[in-house]
Design a protein around this ligand. Structure first.
Ligand code: FEO
Length: 170
């Protein structure tokens, strides 16, 4: 694997672990506000982010590359409402999508078709994550300040089940 691609994938491990950390912070904030269903949704999301990090971690090892584990930045949440959290979630996913696309572009340029194929799963996954984030924002925006309705949505989100990633590294 080319050094520049290995470096970008290493950085992506850190970004995915930070995503897990950020969503745990969202979980914290939402639990404190009593929105346990929304909190649960982000707790599951944090588990998925850890899975993303581990997939890239395993892919690097599978390609005989060293994984350079870097410090994870402290997440910072300055939310005033559930909607603020949901918007911050979407903004973060857009940042991650751009980062995955950057690696994808370099993989294509370097003719690293194995990495390109590996990243295909992530490109699709990011599409789904942005769609989910947008959907949550749309629904919470319609509800506005109606805390009773938000509470019903909260109950619905409490049912989200964890599913391991469909991708495996062999
Ligand atoms: Fe793994 Fe939500 O990006």
């Amino acid at each position: 694997m080319k050094k520049n691609i290995a470096k970008m994938l290493n950085d992506q491990v850190n970004k995915e672990l930070f995503s897990a950390y950020l969503y745990l912070e969202f979980n914290n904030w939402l639990m404190d506000q009593g929105f346990t269903g929304f909190a649960h949704w982000y707790r599951i999301q944090a588990m998925e982010e850890r899975d993303h990090a581990m997939l890239i971690y395993d892919y690097l090892h599978h390609n005989n590359e060293t994984v350079d584990l870097q410090a994870i930045e402290q997440p910072n949440t300055e939310a005033q409402s559930v909607l603020d959290i949901l918007k911050a979630g979407l903004e973060h996913e857009e940042y991650i999508t751009a980062s995955i696309h950057d690696i994808y572009e370099v993989a294509l340029k370097e003719k690293d078709y194995r990495t390109k194929e590996f990243l295909d799963w992530f490109v699709k996954e990011q599409g789904e994550e942005e769609a989910n984030a947008n959907d949550l924002i749309d629904r919470a925006t319609i509800l506005g300040d109606d805390r009773k309705a938000l509470y019903i949505m909260n109950g619905e989100l409490a049912t989200r089940a964890y599913a391991p990633p469909s991708l495996t590294i062999t």
